[in-house]
Ligand binder design. Sequence first.
Ligand code: SF4
Length: 305
Amino acid sequence: MYKYNGLSENLISVFGEKVYKLSLDGGMTCPNRDGTLSYGGCIFCSDGGSGEFAEPFCDDIGLQIERAKEKVKFKAKSKYIAYFQNFSNTYGEPRFLKKIFTAAISHPDVVALSIATRPDCLGTEVLNVLKDLNKIKPLYVELGLQTIHDKTAKFINRGYDLVVYLKAVEELKKIGINVVTHLILGLPGETEQMILESVRLVGQLTDGIKLQNLQVLKGTELERLYNSGQVKVLDKEEYLDLLCKCIKILPPNVVIHRLTGDPPKKILVAPQWCANKKDTLNSIRRAFSLQNVVQGDDSDDEFRL
Ligand code: SF4
């Protein structure tokens, strides 16, 4: 029996009840999109900066929170994580970052802050802002690593090497911040062994992990490569098999934040099997059951997130 540490269960143990994420927009861009590093961005990155479900940007973060709460009203819960997902959310003036993030964590229903960013957007001043925020409410910083292999990183135009990620993790841990790392399974040219090497190394460093298959979205460089036959995507069985292998080698303390992506259907090119998140999660549950993989308390909360 392989037990894994699901996010839902973990949040209940930390906050005493179910906690939901509110996707917010900090109005950021990304050095890999604005010409600082490149204009194209990572080859899989969509126009929305890999965060299509966020509230539209408006200066008033409190208002964004109220609007986002309306959307999850059916879940009728009072505790939330303010989640800044799209683009690189520490790519800005430290004073501006402090202002918007403080506005988010000051909301009485927000119990924690989650910030997705690049490891090369964590300079000293930014780290100081994050350190102060973390003293007010818990802070999760999500790093979009995708792979530990620099050859693949170059191919996907990630724009930084592994060593940058390693340093960022060290700095964040030094100031007590919870680090979550995002990996994509099935990147071009990666073998199963390479994928498991990424999972193994990240598992030793990170507090939490997000796993998903490679998804081709409209308007991306990846779409061009896919349409010209230069890139393939995993079929469902291949992904489920890989996912089980990844879960089995992760240390039990690493919290699993994501088992599949949630691509916006209208811009998903391939694979179409992941268009329906609920269906994919049910398939994952069946695959886990066949492979004796269960969540820590045998609950299936992760699948209802
Ligand atoms: S770092 Fe994130 S926002 Fe920037 S190009 Fe890559 S996926 Fe897009």
